[in-house]
Design a protein around this ligand. Structure first.
Ligand code: DC
Length: 220
């Protein structure tokens, strides 16, 4: 049983679940858990220590003692701000490699559950509703078309002064979706009791309002 209320928001890359989760948490005064950041932190650890991603037991052992803190939009590992470092493409690639191993997912399970404290939690990831917080009071599966997600990513890249072909981004996103859905461990899928929100053509504010309304409807 979960002691504090939890809103679980899962979805594919680029669905906006991180942004939506942070804004919903702000509106409700809830805590947040960016579960992808935990996999990224472990990836950073491997990179720093020069560990091979095949050294699963060592990585899982470290995961058990992870000293991580989320505060005001920043992520701290052993009190060091790693917010920007874990967002690199290199770290993301290692994260997706290690995330498929059950001992690593298992090691992060208790840590993820420990974020469910008063007054409540908004947790985002791939398996929040199906595995980590199966008792969550509200489960959302947030998606958007591959084309729209590619366009969002393209805009982000342009704002950072980077270019890239939109068509290549669409292909990239479709390939990653396929991998995430078909992988054996914790495949990306909605829970049976998840509410599907397709954010294609919706603004961030519209999605946030919908989630907050769903929450109020449930808790009244
Ligand atoms: O959402 P993200 O890109 O920050 O996630 C980083 C990696 O971690 C990504 O490859 C998927 C994986 N991940 C996972 O397997 N399960 C989660 N609950 C969250 C992320």
């Amino acid at each position: 049983m979960i002691s504090s209320p939890v809103i679980a928001i899962d979805g594919p890359s680029g669905s906006g679940k991180g942004t939506i989760s942070a804004l919903v948490a702000e509106k409700l005064g809830f805590n947040t858990l960016d579960s992808g950041a935990l996999y990224r932190i472990l990836a950073l650890f491997c990179q720093k220590r020069g560990l091979d991603t095949a050294q699963i037991e060592e990585i899982a052992q470290y995961a058990l003692d992870l000293d991580v803190r989320f505060s005001k939009g920043c992520i701290y590992l052993d009190n060091e701000d790693v917010t920007d470092r874990i967002r690199g493409e290199d770290v993301g690639a290692i994260a997706s490699e290690i995330a498929v191993h059950p001992p690593i997912r298992e090691a992060l399970l208790q840590l993820q559950k420990s974020f469910a404290v008063a007054p409540g939690l908004v947790a985002d990831g791939r398996d929040m509703a199906t595995h980590v917080f199966t008792d969550a009071q509200l489960k959302i599966f947030l998606t958007a078309s591959a084309e729209e997600r590619a366009q969002r990513r393209h805009k982000q890249l342009i704002s950072k002064g980077q270019g890239g072909s939109l068509r290549a981004l669409v292909e990239d996103i479709k390939a990653r979706d396929q991998r995430d859905i078909e992988r054996e461990t914790a495949p990306l899928r909605p829970a049976e009791d998840s509410i599907l929100i397709d954010s294609t053509g919706m603004t961030i504010e519209e999605v946030v309002t919908q989630v907050v309304e769903l929450w109020h409807r449930l808790s009244n």
